[in-house]
Design a protein around this ligand. Structure first.
Ligand SMILES: O=C(O)CCC(=O)C(=O)O
Length: 273
């Protein structure tokens, strides 16, 4: 368990996270965790848990997505609850309490042309408040060609909420929220945007704010998987809010809008001593 380096987040990382909305933490997850998570991912691909939702589009390859895996698998659970990631979230969010929100899997097999559409996360989620973030762990070497996640630097401070849309063609489960705006064509605006991405090694982690706009290309390699595993955490000032557009599968029937997140579904995983 001590394999996660808590020292990975110091004042330089805290400042960069606040300013840019997305940073990379190199080598924070060691081989033991990576082995356990890799095995758990294979189990989920063979026999997906109850929240499985493949994202694959007809043009080929396979984009395996799933969420809330920690609730049914002991290794995902251990990583989300008992690794030092919650303590790293506390530092980045400058909070004295951290709730696990949920976890999510994004596996793009070689030859998956489907991109991950540009989006920011919070409009998809039944949560309001500033201290909300994710850690995206690479389980493979990741490059632009294999679908590195890209971020629009500083976009978490735009105060813009973009309408949740599905990641793949098919049914749309997201209610329209009149307060949200459609995502503009960022590909057309690429040249004038400050877009950042990183090549990654297994064990590197992206830390990003829930309002930071991000997306990813397909995995255009012929032989390299792109397994990404994301865990989302919230700080003290985040509250439940199941507004229009939030994912029905992430809502918590036991909470009312405006209540703190503390619950079986969003457990407290870290508190300041
Ligand atoms: O891995 C991907 O393609 C997308 C990841 C993502 O959108 C997320 O972790 O919030």
């Amino acid at each position: 368990m001590s394999e996660v380096r808590e020292s990975a987040v110091g004042s330089a990382e805290i400042d960069a996270f606040a300013r840019d909305g997305a940073i990379i933490l190199r080598g924070v997850i060691g081989p033991d965790w990576l082995g356990r998570l890799a095995a758990a991912i294979e189990r989920d691909i063979v026999r997906p848990g109850p929240f499985h939702h493949g994202y694959s589009a007809p043009e080929g390859g396979r984009f395996h997505g799933n969420m809330r895996l920690w609730e049914s698998d002991p290794d995902f659970r251990d990583y989300c609850l008992h690794s030092p990631l919650p303590a790293l979230a506390a530092r980045l969010l400058r909070t004295d309490k951290v709730n696990l929100f949920y976890d999510q899997l994004f596996v793009k097999e070689p030859g998956t042309s489907q991109p991950t559409r540009w989006h920011n996360d919070q409009p998809y989620w039944p949560v309001r408040g500033w201290p909300v973030m994710s850690f995206w762990l690479a389980l493979d070497p990741v490059t632009k060609e294999s679908g590195a996640v890209e971020f629009v630097r500083g976009s978490h401070r735009w105060n813009r909420w973009f309408q949740a849309e599905p990641f793949a063609p098919g049914g749309n489960i997201y209610e329209r929220n009149p307060e949200y705006e459609p995502m503009p064509d960022l590909e057309a605006e690429r040249a004038r945007l400050d877009i950042v991405s990183w090549d990654m090694a297994p064990g590197d982690v992206l830390a990003f704010h829930a309002l930071c706009v991000h997306g990813a290309g397909g995995n255009l390699t012929g032989d390299r998987r792109r397994r990404g595993y994301t865990v989302r955490y919230c700080g003290r000032d985040a509250v439940y809010y199941a507004g229009p557009g939030s994912h029905p599968g992430l809502r918590n029937p036991r909470l009312k809008d405006g209540e703190p997140l503390d619950s079986e579904q969003y457990p407290v995983v870290w508190r300041a001593a």
